[in-house]
Design a protein. Structure first.
Length: 297
C-alpha cells in the first residue's frame, strides 16, 4: 500500500483540485493524475468526479474518506513515534478552536511550544462548536479547544471556568449596576451570536421563561461588541474575549453567575501522537499560569 496515494486523494478532495494538491505536495500534474488512476485501480472503482467547479468525491469516495483519514492519522502517528525514538520531534498538529481561544491563548502556547519543538507544523482552524465537533468526528484535527466537549465522541479534558458576562452600552442604565439580573434581559433588545457560535448564550437564555427580542445576529464577537457599544442592544459574551479586547461597552457579572467550561479534546489520549501529547502539556501549563497570575478563571 502506497500511503502517499491516499494522502494525495484526500488533499485533492479538500482543495477541489488535482493541480493545487500536486503543487502543495510537490508532485507534477501528470504524477498526481497517475497516482489517482493507480489508486482507483487498486480499490477497484472510481473515487472522484470532475466537475466545472473542480474535483469532488463520488459516493464511494465519500464512504471511504473517514477511513482514509484515519489511516493517514495512524501512519503519521507511526512516523512521529519513530521520530520520537530517534530523538527528532517532527510532525503536524491540526487544531480546531474557538476564535477567542485562537486569538488569545494559542499564540502564547505555540510560542512556548516551538521553542522546544521548532520542526513541528501547526495548523489552526477557527470555528464554532458544531463545526469543531464535526471535524473531530471526521478525524480532521488532532486536538480541539472549546467549550461543550463533554459526552462527545472524543476524550475531554476540562481546563478552566470562563465566566459569561452581560455586555451593555456605556450609557445604558444597567451600566451603573454591579451585576445584571438574568431576568433583566427580557426587557432588552438582544444581539445574538449566529448559530454554531451561540451555544453558551442559548443555554443561558433557555433558563428564562421566554427569550428577549433578538434584534441582530452576528457571527463575529467583535461585531457584537461594537454593536453594543453603539447602543444597538445588549448581549452576553465570555470573559476571555472581553478582558482582552479594548472597548467602551460595559461588561458585568450576571446574577445568578453564568459560566462555561473551556477544555481540550482528542480522539484518544493513549493513541495520540507524541507531538500532540506534548502540545497538550503546553496547553495545560499555559492555562495554569494564566489562572495563577490573574485568578480570572
Amino acid at each position: 500500500m502506497n500511503i502517499r496515494k491516499y494522502e494525495a486523494y484526500v488533499r485533492a478532495v479538500e482543495l477541489g483540485s488535482l493541480s493545487k494538491a500536486a503543487e502543495e505536495l510537490g508532485y507534477t500534474q501528470s504524477g498526481i493524475s497517475h497516482m489517482m488512476q493507480s489508486l482507483e485501480e487498486e480499490v477497484g472503482f472510481p473515487l472522484m468526479v470532475r466537475t466545472p467547479a473542480g474535483i469532488l468525491p463520488n459516493h464511494e469516495g465519500e464512504l471511504l474518506l473517514p477511513i482514509i483519514r484515519q489511516l493517514l492519522n495512524t501512519s503519521e502517528s507511526l512516523e512521529q513515534h519513530i521520530a520520537k525514538i530517534k530523538g527528532a520531534d517532527t510532525g503536524r498538529i491540526r487544531i480546531a478552536a474557538y476564535p477567542s481561544v485562537a486569538t488569545y491563548w494559542l499564540p502564547g502556547i505555540i510560542r512556548n511550544f516551538q521553542k522546544d519543538y521548532p520542526r513541528v507544523e501547526i495548523q489552526i482552524t477557527e470555528m464554532g462548536s458544531g463545526a469543531i465537533e464535526e471535524i473531530m468526528e471526521n478525524r480532521q484535527a488532532e486536538l480541539c479547544i472549546y467549550a461543550g466537549g463533554e459526552k462527545k465522541g472524543f476524550e475531554w479534558i476540562p481546563l478552566c471556568r470562563d465566566r459569561m458576562l452581560a455586555l451593555v452600552p456605556p450609557s445604558h442604565p444597567l451600566a451603573a449596576e454591579t451585576s445584571v439580573p438574568l431576568e433583566a434581559f427580557l426587557k432588552e433588545e438582544f444581539i445574538m451570536p449566529m448559530p454554531d457560535y451561540d451555544g453558551e448564550v442559548r443555554y443561558i437564555l433557555n433558563k428564562l421563561p421566554r427569550w428577549p427580542h433578538v434584534l441582530f445576529s452576528a457571527c463575529s464577537d467583535y461585531a457584537i461588541i461594537n454593536m453594543v457599544t453603539e447602543g444597538l442592544g445588549v448581549s452576553i459574551l465570555s470573559e476571555l474575549l472581553l478582558q482582552n479586547y479594548s472597548h467602551r461597552a460595559v461588561a458585568l457579572p450576571i446574577d445568578p453567575p453564568q459560566e462555561r467550561i473551556l477544555g481540550m479534546g482528542v480522539p484518544q489520549v493513549k493513541t495520540a501522537s507524541p507531538v500532540t501529547r506534548n502540545f497538550m502539556r503546553y496547553v495545560r501549563e499555559y492555562v495554569k499560569d494564566l489562572k495563577n497570575a490573574a485568578g480570572l478563571f
